[in-house]
Write a protein that binds this ligand. Sequence first.
Ligand code: F6P
Ligand code: MN
Length: 311
Amino acid sequence: MTLQQFLNSKNFNSEINEILLNIESGSIKMYEKINEETDDIFGSSGQKNVQDEEVQKLDLIANDIFIHAFNTNSNIAKILSEENEDIIDLKNNGKYLIAMDPLDGSSNIDVNIPVGSIFSILKNTEDGFLQNGANQKLACYVIYGTTTMMVFAINQAAYGFTLNTKNKQYVLTHPNISTPNTGNIFSINEGNFNSMEKEIIEFINYCKELNPDGKRTHTGRFIGSLVADFHRNMLKGGIFIYPTTADRPQGQLRLIYECNPIAFIAKCSGGDSTNLTQNILDVKPKNIHQRTAFVVGSKQMVNQLLSLYKV
Ligand code: F6P
Ligand code: MN
């Protein structure tokens, strides 16, 4: 079943369908760009972004592609992008707002490791982008990996589509994604180990314990592209942790356009998320580029980590 056929079979409203088709067309352009045999996608653009991080050429290409894709959609009032300090006002009374990380994991571009695009869709209310993640109407990511996939969550269900690169159609390959309740993967950048909270250290040490036969109980996996780490853990069962650290006292990941959409997809597939104080989806953002500690994954693993904070 193609994406279009899937949308025809569902009763999402026409605005949501249009937004999904915008993401589809933008992501196919991205797929084509990434797979072009030119080197204009590699390396730095020479600029820094709002967060003082180096902007890669592909970051800018991705931002342009998706802004362009949404620009023509009169249902979208405003776009918040990781690449733009200010909100982009499309100057219409559209019913929806889009927050996006157009290229997640961009430090991985030059070394041939999966990257992604992340989207959060909110109703256009007077709170603007400063709404709890629980208010999201739709959350979506695209992963440009060994295959290109579009995953989205809506009405408490999550779906995965794989791009057929011959006819450039997304095909439903993962209907009703259901994440395992527990798993054996833990994903964390252990370079931060010595500056993490003691509860996180305790949890990581627990993951490294051996069973009575002396074999490992867990496996460590950290790609460094949130989308790719989450995608694997969602399908196989596991936990992703990016806590506050000495380098990133507020956390590394952005609440509105990275954590919220991923947390929403996790919830719709049966997983859980937290900022280690409360559910990520219950956090009221204070500013648009706010960072946060982020834990997401299999329910039982997230609960186990949280239980260490209660003793
Ligand atoms: O967008 C931020 C990001 O690149 C994520 O994709 C990834 O999970 C994280 O940062 C990696 O951060 P670090 O390089 O500190 O491990
Ligand atoms: Mn990112």
